[in-house]
Ligand binder design. Structure first.
Ligand SMILES: NC(=O)c1ccc[n+]([C@@H]2O[C@H](COP(=O)([O-])OP(=O)(O)OC[C@H]3O[C@@H](n4cnc5c(N)ncnc54)[C@H](OP(=O)(O)O)[C@@H]3O)[C@@H](O)[C@H]2O)c1
Length: 386
């Protein structure tokens, strides 16, 4: 039985992971769960899955949980230190990293440094400090297994092949809910419209990132570090149906892809149980019924956030971390209706232009770039919402 921790258990990836654990109780034991501030949902989960330890980043939420769970033999921690302690807990074999945003960097790195294998959904830490995370993983001989459906598809398409034979990684993108919308209309898009993803049911931050294509820009950086491939060998292809989850082209012209219905439980379970597959029993992929699959080049004029992803990677150092942090602030401001949809890209662009990148030589350097960019972007939000 594999002992696992889920960082971000109350979110979309977290609950999908628990759904898999419920289906295969003889294979997994939940040793720890964490969340940000949702003590009610974490309480429901801990009463069902009975972990030894849980953490909430928000200390007040952790205190409320302690008050209500005096009857249970569970250790309740708080703060980012609490998240890291759960992630590094002795006896844990696999940590599912599913916190949203840069808040996941410290606990995910703590898991790697404690010698845990990581199933990584939380892409932002890879964007902030991918080189550092991979160096640490190599040093501790742990695997970072991709959960993001595109990277999981690439991972699956590379099993049994030589890395040096790869010519291109082709990341597919659904195009999100605004793919067909003209630029002059995008200015007025409200959050409820941008949150209506055509194919995937996900948390709000990644859904807005899908609408701006920032998500694909983050994924390009994630792919660079996960697969050690330079940016010029990573391409993005818009594929509206989300059936082909990504492709790998080899030097002999062969292209290998992974296909499936859009259901995050497939990549999550593959990362949880690699190399064995789990009998999830999804409905069959009926390609004859689907009829045709379509492909488009990305439109960089209407979706500048994708280009910002490539640019941050070419500049390197702390630039991707800066872009990520500015985006987090801008997306939160957009969701609270303080700024407009097109302001997201402008805030990220202006923050990147003001940044002097340095090499990400340590965790502190990545965290300082993150802090700087959040302040800068917050000032830009304030100026816009006046
Ligand atoms: N959803 C998908 O299908 C999908 C697909 C591919 C990749 N991903 C990636 O997976 C990650 C999670 O996405 P999601 O859609 O599952 O997000 P989500 O539904 O918004 O859930 C986020 C989780 O992170 C926790 N959290 C938020 N802020 C935190 C903090 N400061 N400290 C500790 N925990 C915190 C939340 O806890 P509370 O409930 O307490 O706020 C929740 O458990 C993201 O990086 C996303 O890009 C998601």
């Amino acid at each position: 039985m594999k002992s696992i921790v889920i960082l971000g258990s109350t979110g979309s990836i977290g609950t999908n992971t628990l759904d898999i654990v419920t289906k295969f109780p003889e294979q997994f034991r939940i040793a720890g769960l964490t969340a940000g501030s949702n003590d009610r949902k974490l309480e429901e989960q801990l009463r069902i899955f009975k972990p030894d330890t849980v953490a909430l980043t928000d200390p007040a939420a952790a205190e409320r949980l302690r008050e209500r769970c005096r009857d249970l033999p569970v250790e309740i921690l708080s703060g980012i230190e609490g998240q890291s302690q759960v992630a590094a807990r002795p006896g844990v074999e696999l940590v599912i990293s599913a916190i949203v945003g840069g808040a996941g960097l410290v606990p995910t790195l703590a898991a790697i440094r404690a010698g845990k294998h990581v199933a990584l959904a939380n892409k932002e830490p890879m964007v902030m400090a991918g080189k550092l995370m991979q160096e640490e993983a190599r040093r501790r001989q742990v695997n970072i297994l991709p959960v993001d459906s595109e990277h999981n598809a690439i991972f699956q398409s590379m099993v049994g092949h030589r890395r040096e034979d790869v010519r291109r990684l082709i990341l597919t993108a659904s195009g999100g809910p605004l793919w067909d919308m003209p630029l002059d209309k995008m200015r007025y898009v409200k959050p409820e419209q941008a949150l209506r993803h055509p194919n995937w049911k996900m948390g709000p931050k990644i859904t807005i990132d899908s609408a701006t294509l920032m998500n694909k820009g983050l994924e390009v950086v994630e792919a660079r570090w996960l697969f050690d491939v330079p940016p010029e060998q990573i391409e993005v292809l818009v594929h509206r149906e989300s059936i082909i989850h990504s492709l790998v082209e080899y030097s002999d012209g062969s292209v290998i892809a992974q296909l499936g219905l859009p259901d995050m439980r497939t990549p999550i379970s593959y990362a949880m149980n690699y190399p064995a597959r789990m009998p999830l029993d999804p409905p069959p992929l009926d390609l004859a019924r689907i009829g045709k699959l379509t492909f488009h080049r990305p439109d960089h004029d209407r979706f500048p956030c994708l280009g910002l992803g490539y640019e941050s990677l070419r500049v390197g150092g702390t630039m991707p971390a800066t872009r990520n942090a500015a985006n987090e602030i801008a997306v939160a401001a957009y969701l609270s209706e303080s700024i407009g949809f097109l302001d997201i890209a402008n805030i990220v662009r202006t923050t990147m232009d003001a940044h002097q990148p340095v090499d990400v030589s340590s965790l502190d350097v990545a965290l300082e770039a993150d802090r700087w960019a959040r302040e800068k972007a917050a000032a830009l939000v304030r100026a816009l919402s006046r």
